[in-house]
Design a protein around this ligand. Structure first.
Ligand code: ATP
Ligand code: MG
Length: 361
């Protein structure tokens, strides 16, 4: 299929592009080429000649931007010259056709009031079901438009149910499940490396594209989904937590405001592959900006030098904390309780949501 000249879909991508079903559910592993096939589908639709309104949705704005930028590249490769606006919200115009890239955050508030011929949701299993059923599906009613949900699985949520319906129906709903290694371009070395960095169960889900149920899961999927839809007031103290990377993993920074009665996550960042100096500067810059009253830093195994460096970098309030088994368990219990009771508002950060989903007791 000549979708975009010079671009060759792999067999799984081709099957997705070839389906004419009103609803397509594509469940596949990481690095399978999900965002790539989404961009190809968008480009093909916009290049089709008929005026089309296409909406690309993802859990976060950053994620929606990935597909948006990739679609622009495809269009340009096909010789088209779209008009692109990136702020305040990504919008692309090509003749009478339009593409919007939007986040599904805040219950899909940023999506309402549009009509579309094609809606594609990247990482759909991480978008709350209500956004898909109550916000997105109605946008297709007038146009008889199509919906495509593409994602790594996340338990047996609505994405799984639609996948199952597709397996039984196949006409109204088309569905395909395909592990990462069905992407012939993916290097086996990378797969092996990933497998060594995560639990077997997590690898089965993230790369094997398996729909595993909630057994052993500490943070229930519905608690996390609700935490994304809360709208708690902006009040209380600002606090931060820092976890320094060791060898292969990430340095992480979280900044929250509120109290144990109700708190919201203001920012979450992760960095990988930075030198100590770069990590320190990245973390210190954000802490100087947000001015949290307390900054708790993991000093397990890294000791005091980083803490002292943070003090010198304009964060005198930073304090060290050693993650003993007891401290850790206590933090996890508190976190689970706050989520269960709807006292913590989260941000739709895919890495964070993935970690919460995979966290096992
Ligand atoms: N048909 C293709 N031809 C050439 N390169 C491809 C193709 N499909 C995917 N790729 C490349 O493979 C890599 C992974 O693709 P992509 O980012 O679309 O995967 P993904 O499933 O969205 O990954 P993630 O799980 O990280 O979101 C990218 O570098 C992409 O350019
Ligand atoms: Mg992707």
């Amino acid at each position: 299929m000549a979708v975009i000249s010079g671009w060759r879909p792999h067999p799984g991508q081709l099957a997705f592009l070839a389906s004419d079903a009103p609803v397509r559910v594509l469940a596949c592993g990481r690095r399978w080429g999900k965002t790539e096939v989404i961009a190809a589908e968008i480009a093909r639709t916009l290049l089709g000649g008929a005026p089309r309104a296409v909406l690309l949705v993802a859990p976060s704005q950053e994620q929606a931007m990935l597909g948006f930028e990739r679609a622009i590249e495809f269009l340009q490769r096909a010789g088209a010259r779209p008009t692109v606006r990136r702020s305040p919200a990504p919008t692309l115009t090509l003749g009478d056709s339009k593409l919007w890239a939007r986040s599904a955050a805040r219950g899909g508030m940023l999506l309402r009031g549009r009509k579309a011929h094609l809606i594609i949701v990247d990482e759909a299993a991480y978008v709350p079901e209500a956004v898909v059923t109550e916000v997105l599906t109605p946008m297709l009613a007038d146009t008889g438009g199509k919906l495509a949900l593409v994602s790594t699985p996340r338990g047996k949520n609505y994405f799984y149910r639609l996948y199952q319906q597709g397996q039984e129906d196949g006409v109204r709903i088309w569905s395909l499940r395909s592990p990462s290694w069905h992407n012939p371009l993916l290097s086996p070395t990378l797969l092996q490396m990933q497998a060594s960095m995560m639990s077997a169960r997590q690898f089965q889900v993230e790369y094997g594209a398996m729909f595993l149920d909630d057994a052993g899961q500490v943070f229930r999927t519905e608690w996390v989904d609700r935490a994304l839809q809360l709208n708690l007031p902006e009040e209380g103290l600002t606090v931060a937590g820092v976890d320094w990377a060791r060898r292969q993993d990430y340095t992480a920074l979280a900044i929250l405001r509120g109290s144990r009665e109700g708190a919201k996550l203001l920012l979450i960042r992760r960095w990988q592959g930075l030198s100590w100096r770069e990590q320190l500067e990245a973390v210190a810059r954000l802490l100087r900006l947000y001015q949290p009253v307390r900054v708790l830093c993991d000093r397990t195994g890294v000791g005091d030098p980083l803490l002292e460096a943070l003090h010198e970098a304009g964060v005198p309030q930073a304090e060290g904390i050693v993650f003993t088994q007891t401290v850790k368990q206590n933090l996890i219990d508190q976190l689970a309780l706050m989520l269960e009771q709807g006292r913590l508002q989260l941000l739709p950060d895919p890495a964070l949501l993935g970690e919460l989903y995979h966290f096992e007791a």
